[in-house]
Design a protein around this ligand. Sequence first.
Ligand SMILES: NC(=O)c1ccc[n+]([C@@H]2O[C@H](COP(=O)([O-])OP(=O)(O)OC[C@H]3O[C@@H](n4cnc5c(N)ncnc54)[C@H](OP(=O)(O)O)[C@@H]3O)[C@@H](O)[C@H]2O)c1
Length: 326
Amino acid sequence: MAAKIFKELPGGLKMPAIGLGTWQVTNEAELENALNAALEIGYRHIDTAFVYQNEHIIGRVLQEWFSSGKLKREDLFITTKLPMQGVHQDRVELFIKKSLENLQLDYVDLYLIHFPVGIKHDDGQNRPPPEKIQTEPSDHVAIWKKMEEQVDAGRTKTIGVSNFNIRQVDTVIKSARIKPACLQIELHVYLQQRELVNFCQQNGLVVVAYAPLGSPGYNKFTAQFGNEPKNLPDMLNDKTIKKIATKHKKTNAQVMLRYLLQRNIVAIPKSVTPARLKENIDVFDFSLDGVDMKALDDLEVGEEARVCDFKFFPTLLQHPEFPFSK
Ligand SMILES: NC(=O)c1ccc[n+]([C@@H]2O[C@H](COP(=O)([O-])OP(=O)(O)OC[C@H]3O[C@@H](n4cnc5c(N)ncnc54)[C@H](OP(=O)(O)O)[C@@H]3O)[C@@H](O)[C@H]2O)c1
């Protein structure tokens, strides 16, 4: 089965190379159907976050699978993330406990710092609206110590970071007793992040690609803050990718995901559509050759193709730890 292709994390934990993204799915029935379909198809890796406000739905569906005996906890790889309001040494434990309670789990497989910037915390619930967000200093060394304590306490098997740049990953590596197992970043054919990927792979971190299909649903998210729709990169209709897809009797999405796998990168495409869920994990029965890989390498656009730039929270940009170019 497709989900049996793994990347090994430090400590021997195995992460299935295709996972299920769940950002923006908060409708109970929609997520329940998608999760049930995904688990039937063979997905064993689920990516969520405290801020996605869907951990409780995932928890409920997983409990059904466990209690029916169709799955055991150890069959699954579950990732969740410390929200920006938890990016402070005094609040890591508080937030991982909230996530575990929502997920109805004793532990997650991977706990990530979602974003390198911390914001002021009020009631510990959801993030305030963008205009009310106030940042605060973020001491990554002190926060990482608290992340390590979550491994010691058995609340997570491994820990990692997301949206960190090279300098920030390096700071964590240098101070770490337990090295970061993973960096999760936006990564697709138009934004290949080669320097950052090389740095992580040389230092033993598994790179996980978010928005691997270019996040075509992104504008729905920013519309809630009244933002103008962004001109999104359209890789699902890219002609070069289409040519390669036709050659292999695959779709553009499958070529884009396969490209990442062949660069030793895990991908977490999100879909709530059963046919697409099948399509996105059906990427282990073909190989891109050197000519295909070169043609895909050449599609790199760079920073301009970044979709998820977090600029929808304008105050973050002023913070010294804002990780992307402004
Ligand atoms: N760490 C972070 O800061 C961060 C940021 C963003 C995302 N993430 C994680 O990464 C996951 C993936 O990123 P993403 O959701 O932004 O973007 P994505 O996976 O690149 O794209 C998802 C979108 O593509 C559509 N889609 C899925 N498969 C398709 C296919 N085969 N053909 C055509 N369209 C397809 C989906 O529609 P339907 O669902 O309608 O099928 C959905 O609108 C997230 O869900 C989340 O778990 C993490």
